[in-house]
Design a protein around this ligand. Structure first.
Ligand code: URA
Length: 261
């Protein structure tokens, strides 16, 4: 259509109206027009300078400046923003007072899981960070029933069989033992639904509490539950390097460091 051709769903996402995934749903359901024509198939490219894109009959706003927010999600809070009619449960957005841009969670934490949640309107980065190929490390501090023995640690690290297949290499660090229970850190490089809970269930030590403390180069630090901060420039740079660097190189590096530790 024009000179600067950009995918329609990206143009919608860049305007801050929706995540890229949600923008695709909008296109599919016939809510988007380009120069007055409904476009409902994927893959159409437009020139945001010259083509007139509308959603539900309204022009898009100019691209919003990028924002990167790190939230300490409290437990008993929903990550999902879309399909918002989820009873009266509190959603992560509630905690972002003062954030002017519409930011979207990068992945999800379970309702009862707390900890580091990244939110951004940078759809391209979000998509990369979620893609299994890039193996972004996520570390969870978890209180589990009982104590892991050597064999169970080895199984967790080398792969346990779950309904949806064997898990990839992971790393376990013992933190401390309580009376009946114990605390460990589990680092995984995938992001399947309820993965940490399912892995620990599979080795016979159900999760009692779950908190994400690291996501790629980002750390939760001393941020309290319900607090957020904007990422520093160096954190944004490192996050982009993790997401846009050569996937195979970074994977080999990480796997080596797991074996070495
Ligand atoms: N694994 C889980 O089981 N739950 C989460 O919220 C995140 C990882």
């Amino acid at each position: 259509m024009g000179m600067m051709e950009i995918r329609l769903q990206k143009v919608i996402a860049d305007s801050g109206l929706a995540s890229r995934r949600h923008a695709e749903d909008m296109i599919r359901s016939g809510r988007v027009t380009v120069n007055g024509q409904v476009v409902s198939e994927m893959g159409v490219k437009v020139d945001p300078e010259t083509d007139h894109v509308k959603v539900d009959g309204h022009h898009l706003k100019p691209p919003a400046p990028k924002a990167y927010v790190l939230l300490h999600k409290p437990a008993d809070v929903l990550t999902t923003l879309e399909g918002a009619a989820k009873e009266d449960r509190v959603m992560v957005q509630h905690f972002l007072r003062g954030v002017k841009q519409r930011v979207f969670p990068v992945g999800r934490l379970d309702y009862d899981t707390e900890g580091l949640l990244l939110l951004t309107n940078d759809g391209e980065l979000a998509q990369r960070l979620l893609h299994p190929r890039y193996h972004i490390a996520k570390t969870y501090l978890t209180k589990i029933k009982g104590t892991l023995n050597t064999e169970e640690i080895r199984d967790l690290e080398n792969g346990v069989r779950l309904e949806d297949g064997v898990t990839a290499l992971a790393h376990v660090k013992k933190v401390r033992k309580a009376e009946q229970n114990s605390w460990i850190e589990l680092t995984i490089f995938e992001g399947r639904t309820h993965q940490v809970k399912r892995m620990l269930e599979a080795v016979g030590h159900p999760v009692l509490k779950l908190k994400r403390i690291r996501f790629g180069p980002l750390s939760l630090g001393s941020l309290q539950a319900g607090e957020f901060r904007f990422l520093r420039d160096d954190e944004i740079h490192r996050l982009k390097a993790a997401a846009f660097g050569s996937p195979d190189a970074s994977r080999t590096r990480r796997q080596r460091s797991i074996r070495a530790s």
